[in-house]
Design a protein around this ligand. Structure first.
Ligand SMILES: Nc1ncnc2c1ncn2[C@@H]1O[C@H](COP(=O)(O)OP(=O)(O)OP(=O)(O)O)[C@@H](O)[C@H]1O
Ligand SMILES: [Mg+2]
Length: 235
């Protein structure tokens, strides 16, 4: 479904992503883990058309190279950014409506709103509240909900558990699993929380200093003492 070929991102001469190739099959959930500064966000931003890159990204057989970000969203590839990037002075409902800006069909937008409501009832109760006044967990639900409003086929999430309490982290994990298993979306999950990354994904990529260092099933990574020590933060 998605194929990233030899992708590199440079910022003013410094290289953030260095020749990364990866693939995501239809209906698959993959995680990308790696330390701060590994290039995870840069990789997602390149796939979404938000930063220039070398190499190629193919989605459903079409190259996305040079395609405008809004067209990439319309094609079904949606990026839920790190820390949400919500419109703080707008209400929950307005933020959700903005998520549907690429959908020009009122019925489809209403259907999407109902599905987000069913996924996050607590968020729906707060639909008239300004985004800036939400708790961290509610903000993350809104960020995911807004991404879902654009009706992705492949959803890329950048550190959705960042800064959340254990309880809220578990709820976010639950919602990601529902989005994958019940909604049948393909998922790319970028996470520092490696336990979450390994639980949700069928395959895991490890990115370090812009390079892919490993691609394996979560069980394989969890069973590897060296990888555990270096990347999972447990001995
Ligand atoms: N707009 C930018 N201009 C210059 N350098 C940048 C820019 N964005 C990121 N970088 C650099 O690129 C490298 C990779 O950053 P990136 O944000 O992709 O890493 P990350 O894996 O997402 O890290 P984190 O886990 O902390 O979010 C870092 O060295 C960072 O300083
Ligand atoms: Mg990042």
């Amino acid at each position: 479904m998605l194929e990233v070929r030899n992708l590199s991102v440079h910022y003013q001469g410094a290289i953030a992503v260095d020749g990364v190739s990866l693939a995501v099959a239809q209906g698959e959930a993959v995680s990308i883990i790696g330390p701060n500064g590994a290039g995870k966000t840069s990789l997602l931003r390149a796939i979404s058309g938000l930063v220039p890159y070398a190499g190629d990204v193919r989605y459903g057989g079409t190259s996305l190279l040079g395609m405008r970000p809004d067209r990439i969203v319309r094609a079904g590839l949606v990026h839920c950014p790190q820390a949400g990037e919500l419109f703080g002075e707008m209400t929950v409902e307005e933020n959700l409506e903005l998520g549907a800006y690429t959908i020009r069909d009122a019925q489809r937008t209403r259907d999407a709103m109902e599905r987000v409501h069913a996924l996050f009832p607590q968020l729906w109760d707060r639909r008239s509240q300004l985004a800036t006044t939400l708790s961290g967990g509610e903000r993350q639900m809104l960020a995911i909900g807004r991404s879902l409003m654009s009706q992705p086929r492949l959803l890329m999430m950048d550190e959705p558990s960042l800064g959340l309490s254990p309880l809220m982290r578990d709820r976010i994990q639950d919602s990601i699993q529902r989005i994958h298993q019940e909604w049948n979306l393909s998922i790319i999950l970028v996470e520092q929380d490696s336990a979450l990354a390994l639980e949700v994904a069928q395959r895991v990529y490890i990115l370090d200093s812009g390079h892919l260092v490993k691609e394996a099933a979560p069980e394989t990574i969890a069973a590897d003492a060296t990888l555990r020590e270096v990347y999972l933060g447990v001995g």
